[in-house]
Design a protein around this ligand. Structure first.
Ligand code: GLN
Length: 214
């Protein structure tokens, strides 16, 4: 349990698979972060104030979490505690997903959105694009890197706020498609902010977390 006056956070990055090191490096350079640690065990999960679920492969991450008996603890965690899902992490946080693996795949859920996996095609269809998110990062656009990325196809609750949309069509995907949302203590981006040198979204998440400590 953290005190209400806590000013610096311990942030975990789920480290079962995927791009977790880049998030840890970025977080460890922020003033409001006491420490960023990889999370692979229940003890580590219990020790953090907030969590990032990184990009990678959502099917693999869910399978490993299940084998490590972390699936239920993670579901509990995201119900109450500040969590940011990037790319595969966004898929795991979603209540519903399409284009899932044959036979289905486990989600954590909690974020009332529907997502479509691999919206833009395969690895070779990766791209980056500028997004304006003035409420999150100020007036300068953010260079968003999309790698086999999902998109948000439906908002399932009034408490979900859309915070970023594609500004141009990309292949078959229309302009205005939703690529980032916030719902209270939960935040999700379809892209990979940790793969740039721009830490503005990490700072934003730390502030979200500070406002939603439990
Ligand atoms: N396509 C991946 C998945 O379905 C996500 C890709 C990523 O995280 N860069 O999990």
């Amino acid at each position: 349990m953290v005190s209400e006056t806590k000013q610096k956070l311990t942030i975990g990055v789920l480290a079962l698979q995927g791009a977790f090191l880049e998030h840890i490096h970025m977080l460890n350079n922020l003033d409001l972060v006491e420490e960023a640690i990889p999370v692979r065990t229940l003890e580590q999960l219990n020790a953090v104030d907030a969590l990032i679920i990184p990009g990678g492969e959502s099917t693999a991450m869910a399978l490993i979490a299940e084998r490590c008996q972390l699936l239920e603890p993670l579901r509990e965690f995201v119900r109450r505690k500040p969590t940011w899902g990037t790319c595969a992490g966004m898929i795991l946080l979603a209540d519903e997903a399409t284009s899932t693996k044959k036979g289905g795949q486990q989600l954590l859920g909690g974020l009332e959105i529907a997502v479509n996996r691999n919206q833009f095609g395969t690895q070779k269809d990766s791209f980056d694009t500028l997004l304006h998110m003035p409420e999150l990062v100020g007036d300068d656009p953010f260079r968003a890197v999309f790698i086999r990325a999902p998109v948000i196809t439906a908002i399932l609750s009034d408490s979900v706020k859309v915070v970023a949309r594609l500004e141009q069509a990309v292949g078959q995907t229309e302009a205005e498609t939703i690529v980032a949302v916030r719902q209270g203590h939960l935040f999700a981006t379809a892209f990979h902010p940790e793969l740039t040198h721009d830490d503005r979204l990490h700072k934003y998440f730390v502030n979200v977390a500070l406002q939603h400590l439990s």
